[in-house]
Write a protein that binds this ligand. Structure first.
Ligand SMILES: O=c1ccn([C@@H]2O[C@H](COP(=O)(O)OP(=O)(O)O[C@H]3O[C@H](CO)[C@@H](O)[C@H](O)[C@H]3O)[C@@H](O)[C@H]2O)c(=O)[nH]1
Ligand SMILES: [Mn+2]
Length: 982
């Protein structure tokens, strides 16, 4: 296996400012000079293989079909929104295609009817079961053609009988809320003004966040894809496949927290994906500069030679070996052929051996040798200094990388180590993804990308085809920037104690968004259109879009935020410079084809060249100083330079992953993954939606991708902390959805949802106030508490009630979303709220004020050996203090309240129950937290207990003594409570 490596490895020279030497003076042989790139465009391959170089000379041969839409003429077909009956189509409805009224049409109509009958018969005998699969019967061609003309997907709105009651409840609640606030604001409580003020503020905040949360769910939809039509249309058997190439990105950073075996499984599932293999390239970004990752990948590429053909032959699911072999198969029931059983057994053995090899590598990596790591060929490992090392690219497999055991080619696998230097901001995952975008543009330039976290393997090997049903659809596709799949997880405990599954988010909120402008991007399991990542605006529709705010009060928001911007803009003249910046500069944001068109129109000959040069300069300022990369951005359908030799391409790839490459370019600002937040995903998706793109939510029956989720409490809280922190960062950045991007293509309800996703951490402050309130109330006198009590159910509980009712009306595959799912969500909302979100708010403020940078703490991806042991492991974090204190406070509150009531006789029992109810409310919500705290061994570290007891007693004393909410003259001590009730 080391054989392939030596000849194809390129370790870049350590150049701090690589672009200075690679730039305009053109010291690269074989790479076209920057100024020529525009006139040279026709040179770029668009559907041709590079075959002029003998395979042994190069590590990599870009071999791409031009892919995509151009070759396939959009066929007329019915409105995709109309319900479509698969397979039986009535030509009389498709008039345009058949020339209605002509004799020919009548004849075809007749023959269609006959064929339809025959088909029907065939299906009834069962002989035609897979008639659409092989298509060997020439008579069946016509229906097949019809099938191919049909839309590749369709929208399924949630039946109004299900959704209308829910909408009604929203409206009713809104009205009630209005009255309630009217009452609350008009009736201040003079004897406890501070308390009243605080609770009113909290309630208003809750109401606002409720509105932000509810209205984007107004118009939920689901979608259905037709994979067989996609096959008929683009991937007919016996013909060159016309599916578009896809580049797969995998990011990994820390091989200790993200075991190489996990990454290897992800990579294997990609290499074995059900897609034409020359259309697949897999890029792995290693942010940890770990030789372990590199070597593990090398092992993986060897194992793939056996694994991939095995998967494809028997159409296994999933194609990640670890998960495949964990499945139990019933040999008797499935009547599996003996061949398969034998091979499966052999493969299992092979996999075990592979695992042993990987584990040996892991064991070896535990102790760093003094002189640093050395690779098998004797050269020192370039990443020995994790923070200061050159870039490196290694190509495994692919055309020249050896064939699989059956002699077939394998998809290309590329290891990418981007250059790191002190003094440069590497932008964490976003930076890594951008490096991959550029490397892949140089090496394969597929028009579509899929990005996956290292632990998210492909669970449904048809997932890419599902995405292509949207992307390659001539009608729907052009405006789609990405297709997001829900995140699903393995190995979550049955009760999903810490709401890892996020069911409410993935099965309700996201479907709601899909009915507006599309789901938000969640960082993994997402197929992108490459052009959308380059900061271009979505293509404009031919007919002027009647883009009214697609639902609820349009008169209210449209005037200010969405409306018919695209048309209005041409006539609008922003007055100030600042205002101008807010609006998207159309001309510069046009897609490349348009940009080229402009040049052609400009002037012939020398003039034309000059325009080309100017344009080229502009593009280089935007995309960075790589003529190869810039040229690649102009190819809407992908493909790479035909003329360039693989060696020069690799050199260029090294250049584009150098540190200084992004200096003074638009990377991370307008292009690629956007920087400035540890939740780069929200920002990146937000930017695209602002450019007018729409995204699609795709939920195949079999989960497309599966990942691992943090199982123990501390990891989970830290993950939630990072997400919340990312949101706070966005809130304070110039990309804050509250102010940013008006006048772009962002629809108002979509904006609501983005606002919600960045302001939610702030809800922790009122939430904290509310959680201490009941305890506080318990310790005070009767008459006041009654009034304050009345406020609690109104806002707090309503928030939950409506969320609850929502579940009742929504069905998923005919099953009502479980109450427990909803309840976990609520519980974790409180737990995360009073710990992680709260911390995030302060940390975010610190960042803004003191400029302390935030770190991306990677979540530990569980090994798969011990079942749920992780669930009970306890790790100390400061995040635990706040909820523990709250728990104790409320316990103390209950005890104090009860003893009070016993002392004071029956009249104080009524209010007591009210108070206890809320203390109870807090405790019940924090219950999973309590469980996590106690762990399996029923032991909690003393430090947490000591801290919390200390804090809780201080607070209780403070409240009792100082009684901040009461006017001075009527703040009796706890002991006097009830004795002196006015
Ligand atoms: O400097 C870094 C840090 C992280 N990663 C990768 O980022 C991914 C996500 O990290 P993880 O610790 O698993 O975070 P999660 O909270 O589980 O991830 C969710 O949230 C992240 C945003 O916070 C998104 O980036 C992820 O896609 C999304 O799955 C992993 O593949 C890492 O290898 C890098 O490549 N470079
Ligand atoms: Mn993760």
């Amino acid at each position: 296996m080391w054989r392939d490596r030596n000849d194809s490895q390129y370790v870049a020279e350590s150049k701090l400012h690589a672009h200075m030497s690679y730039g305009r003076d053109g010291d690269l042989d074989g790479v076209p000079q920057p100024f020529q790139a525009i006139p040279n465009v026709p040179l770029l391959t668009n559907g041709q293989m590079v075959d002029d170089i003998p395979p042994e000379q190069h590590a990599l041969v870009p071999s791409f079909m031009g892919g995509g839409g151009k070759r396939i003429h959009p066929l007329p077909y019915a409105d995709p929104n109309l319900p479509v009956q698969p397979r039986s189509m009535d030509p009389s409805k498709d008039l345009a295609a058949y020339g209605y009224g002509s004799v020919a049409w009548k004849e075809r109509m007749e023959s269609w009817k006959q064929k339809q009958e025959r088909l029907h018969q065939m299906r009834n005998d069962g002989s035609g079961k897979d008639w659409d699969g092989d298509g060997d019967d020439a008579d069946l061609d016509l229906p097949l053609m019809d099938e191919a003309r049909q839309p590749l997907s369709r929208k399924i709105p949630i039946p109004s009988s299900q959704i209308n009651p829910y909408r009604m409840i929203i409206i009713i609640r809104l009205v009630v809320l209005g009255f309630f606030f009217h009452y609350r604001v008009m009736h201040p409580v003079p004897d406890a003004f501070a308390l009243w003020l605080i609770s009113v503020i909290c309630e208003i905040w809750f109401a606002m966040s409720w509105i932000l949360d509810q209205f984007p769910k107004w118009l939920p939809i689901e979608r259905e894809t037709y994979l067989d039509r996609l096959t008929l249309r683009f991937d007919k058997e016996g013909q060159q496949s016309q599916l578009a190439p896809v580049d797969f990105f995998v990011s990994t950073v820390d091989p200790l927290k993200e075991p190489p075996l996990v990454t290897a499984n992800t990579v294997l599932s990609i290499l074995a994906v059900d897609y034409p293999l020359d259309m697949v390239s897999c890029y792995v970004s290693d942010d940890g500069a770990a030789m372990l990752t590199f070597e593990a990948l090398s092992e993986t590429s060897e194992f793939a030679k056996k694994w991939v053909p095995f998967c494809k032959r028997y159409r296994l699911e999933p194609r990640a070996p670890e998960w495949y072999f964990q499945q139990k198969i019933d040999y008797l029931k499935d009547k599996v052929e003996p061949n398969f059983i034998r091979e499966r057994r052999a493969m299992k053995r092979e996999y075990e051996e592979f695992k042993v090899r990987i584990n040996a590598l892991v064991a070896k990596a535990q102790k760093v040798p003094e002189e640093g790591w050395t690779m098998q060929d004797g050269t020192p490992w370039p990443g020995n200094n994790v923070r200061d090392h050159p870039g490196m690219i290694q190509v495994f497999l692919g055309q020249s990388g050896g064939h699989d055991v059956e002699g077939n080619e394998l998809p290309r696998l590329v290891y990418v180590l981007r250059e790191k230097r002190p003094g440069y901001n590497h932008h964490k995952k976003a930076g890594a993804m951008n490096a991959l975008v550029r490397v892949s543009a140089v090496l394969s330039n597929a028009p579509y990308l899929l990005n996956l976290d290292c632990d998210h393997y492909i669970n449904n090997s048809k997932a890419i085809k599902e995405a292509m049903c949207f992307m390659m659809d001539p009608l729907v596709g052009k405006k789609v920037c990405y297709v997001q799949f829900p995140q699903r997880f393995d190995g979550i405990d049955r009760h999903d104690r810490y709401a890892n599954r996020n069911v409410v988010f993935f099965d309700i909120n996201m479907k709601g968004l899909d009915g507006i402008q599309g789901p938000i991007y969640v960082g993994t399991g997402c197929v992108f259109r490459r052009q959308a990542l380059y900061g271009y605006d979505a293509p404009k529709s031919k007919k002027p879009p009647s883009r009214t705010c697609n639902c609820w009060p349009k008169w209210c928001f449209c005037c200010c935020c969405c409306g018919n911007r695209t048309n209005k803009k041409k006539t609008m003249k922003p007055k100030t410079e600042k205002k101008k910046r807010l609006f998207f500069k159309r001309a510069e944001n046009q897609s490349p084809a348009y940009a080229l068109g402009q040049i052609d129109e400009a002037a012939p000959g020398a003039e034309n060249e000059k325009a080309g040069i100017v344009n080229q300069q502009k593009l280089e300022k935007k995309f960075g100083q790589s003529s190869v990369f810039v040229a690649s951005t102009l190819l809407e359908n992908g493909g790479t330079l035909k003329s360039a030799s693989p060696a020069s391409l690799l050199k260029e790839a090294i250049h584009v992953i150098s540190c200084g490459y992004e200096d003074k370019t638009d990377w991370g600002k307008e292009i690629g993954w956007i920087y400035g937040s540890v939740t780069e995903d929200i920002l990146t998706g937000f930017k695209m939606h602002c450019h007018g793109w729409r995204s699609i939510y795709c939920i195949p029956k079999r989960a497309a991708f599966k990942g691992s989720a943090p199982l123990n409490l501390s990891d989970r809280l830290n993950q939630v902390l990072r997400w919340a922190l990312g949101s706070v960062e966005i809130f304070f950045s110039n990309h804050c959805p509250l102010w940013y991007g008006y006048g772009g293509g962002l629809k108002c309800l979509e904006r609501f949802s983005y606002i919600n996703s960045i302001v939610y951490p702030f809800t922790s402050i009122p939430l904290l106030a509310y959680c201490t309130l009941p305890a506080n109330l318990v310790c005070r006198r009767g008459n006041l508490s009654l009034r304050s009590l009345a406020t609690l159910p109104a806002s707090g509980s309503c928030h939950f009630l409506s969320a609850f009712l929502l579940q009742a009306f929504w069905k998923r595959d005919g099953v009502v979303l479980g109450i427990d799912d909803w309840w976990r969500n609520e519980q974790f909302w409180v737990i995360g709220g009073v710990s992680s979100h709260l911390f995030a708010v302060f940390q975010g403020l610190l960042k803004v004020i003191a400029g302390i940078d935030t770190s991306f703490t990677v979540t530990t991806k569980g090994g798969d050996d011990e079942e749920f042991s992780e669930l009970y492991t306890f790790k100390w974090t400061t995040l635990l203090i706040a909820p523990t204190t709250l728990l104790l406070l409320n316990f103390i509150g209950v005890v104090a309240g009860v003893s009070n009531a016993i002392n004071n006789g029956y009249e104080s029992w009524g209010p007591l129950f009210g108070k206890l109810f809320f203390a109870f409310w807090v405790i019940v919500h924090l219950y999973p937290f309590l469980k996590g705290l106690v762990g399996r061994q029923n032991r909690t570290p003393t430090i947490v207990i000591v801290w919390s007891i200390l804090l809780a007693s201080i607070f209780s004393l403070l409240w009792v003594r100082i009684d901040p909410f009461l006017a001075k003259n009527d703040g009796p001590l706890l002991e006097e409570c009830g004795l002196d009730c006015n």
